[in-house]
Design a protein around this ligand. Structure first.
Ligand SMILES: [Zn+2]
Length: 95
């Protein structure tokens, strides 16, 4: 998947920033509630599948903060891995 420049989530446009993994201080991605933006490590050092999982993870982080679900981080990690698997293995594309 090509990482999009922005995503529409819950009626908002969320900018997706790309950074070198060497500039991410060990993170593969993060959502900033302060800027309202998602940042993803995007270079050849990061497995493409991991980048896809990370985007889903950060979308869940966005939703968690916006709706105050107060999800534990291990739940967010599990949801992102499993949602990615369902979308990919079933080739789900909604148009
Ligand atoms: Zn996280």
């Amino acid at each position: 998947m090509i990482i999009p420049k922005q995503l529409k989530i819950g009626g908002r446009i969320v900018k997706i920033n790309r950074k070198l993994s060497s500039d991410m201080q060990g993170d593969l991605g993060f959502y900033s509630d302060w800027t309202g933006q998602i940042t993803i490590a995007n270079d050849l050092d990061v497995d493409p599948t991991q980048q896809n999982v990370t985007i889903i993870h950060e979308v869940i982080e966005f939703l968690d903060k916006k709706h105050q679900y107060k999800l534990e981080h291990d739940i967010i990690q599990s949801l992102s891995e499993n949602l990615y698997q369902v979308l990919k293995d079933n080739k789900l594309v909604f148009k």
